[in-house]
Design a protein around this ligand. Structure first.
Ligand SMILES: Cc1cc2nc3c(=O)[nH]c(=O)nc-3n(C[C@H](O)[C@H](O)[C@H](O)COP(=O)(O)OP(=O)(O)OC[C@H]3O[C@@H](n4cnc5c(N)ncnc54)[C@H](O)[C@@H]3O)c2cc1C
Length: 277
């Protein structure tokens, strides 16, 4: 199958790119310009797990009337609180003046990024982007001159032992003038492209942390919709490690809770999950 542009990965980046391309094509009177998005999740948003505070500036530019179109940005961030935890019972709330600017969330929204992505997918569909959920891009196809000519989607109907089931269907070759790889931060095709084309030659090495997150239903009496908490210190400081945590009070008495731990910790027995609990 041939397209003008293939987008690999229907996250915020891929869907925004597809939407923008179709907006520009339609504005230029080129309605035939074909953009497709392949997404490995069974539906758009299925593999997007981040409960997030987002800054809406990019959305303002992409879809200025997002409010009228029902974008699920329903909870404005109303207050930031940043704590340094000293122990299980002691915490110091940092004064606003010493909180770094990027932790001030005035004008931002607490969202379910999965819901935002589902909504972006609807906007893309309205612009007649061809949407392929449930299709992982498994390999990159190259032209004779070494440039990318498209992707191969994964085979369907393969059993866990690698045998072909009766429902077996081989992957499709999807070809395009341009292929946009937006698989997220550790895409397996992205890693191959980075190494083949030396895309990281002038970059610092990629760095990593361990991130854990949960979505909690909490006692409504304790819920403060719109409040954004961040912090650091205990319990990680007791384990010779560092990192930080967040609690975002979202809609429906839910709180997005998570912790990120730097990989420089020296105690190999430290259990990030247990520390988070
Ligand atoms: C724990 C955590 C908390 C975060 N909190 C915030 C926050 O509060 N505010 C904020 O602004 N940002 C936050 N982020 C960052 C934000 O989630 C990312 O910047 C954003 O999701 C990146 O979008 P993306 O489209 O590049 O990639 P992703 O969101 O990773 O989307 C990639 C998509 O591509 C699909 N895909 C991957 N490989 C393939 C393939 N080969 N074939 C087909 N499909 C494929 C995936 O299934 C996925 O749907 C957080 C991230 C994490 C991990």
């Amino acid at each position: 199958m041939e397209f003008d542009v293939i987008v690999v990965g229907g996250g915020p980046a891929g869907l925004s790119a597809a939407i923008r391309l179709r907006q520009q094509a339609i504005a230029a009177g080129n309605d035939e310009f074909m953009v497709c998005v392949v997404e490995k999740g069974s539906e758009f948003g299925a593999h997007i797990l981040s409960g997030a505070v987002i800054e809406p500036r990019a959305l303002d530019e992409l879809i200025p009337d997002w409010k009228e179109k029902g974008a699920p940005l329903n909870v404005p961030a109303i207050e930031d609180r940043v704590y340094m935890l000293g122990s299980e019972t002691k915490a110091t709330k940092l004064m606003d003046s010493v909180v770094p600017a990027l932790m001030h969330n005035d004008g931002n929204y607490i969202v379910s990024l999965g819901n935002v992505v589902r909504w972006l997918a609807e906007q893309a569909e309205e612009l007649e982007v061809m949407m392929f959920p449930g299709f992982p891009a498994a390999d990159i196809l190259y032209n004779d001159d070494g440039s990318v000519k498209g992707i191969l989607t994964g085979d369907m109907g393969v059993a866990a032992d690698g045998e072909e089931k009766p429902s077996f269907e081989p992957g499709y070759e999807l070809l395009a003038k341009y292929t946009i790889f937006s698989e997220g931060s550790r895409g397996h095709l992205g890693k191959r492209l980075i190494s083949r084309f030396g895309l990281d030659n002038d970059s610092d090495p990629q760095h990593y942390g361990i991130g854990l997150k949960e979505l909690w239903d909490i006692d409504p009496a304790k819920h403060e919709e719109g409040v954004v908490l961040h912090g650091s210190g205990w319990p990680l400081s007791d384990t010779g490690s560092s990192g930080g945590w967040w609690l975002y009070h979202a809609e429906n008495n839910q709180v997005s809770f998570g912790m990120v731990i730097d990989l420089s910790y020296s105690n190999p027995y430290m259990s990030p999950f247990d520390e988070m609990q």
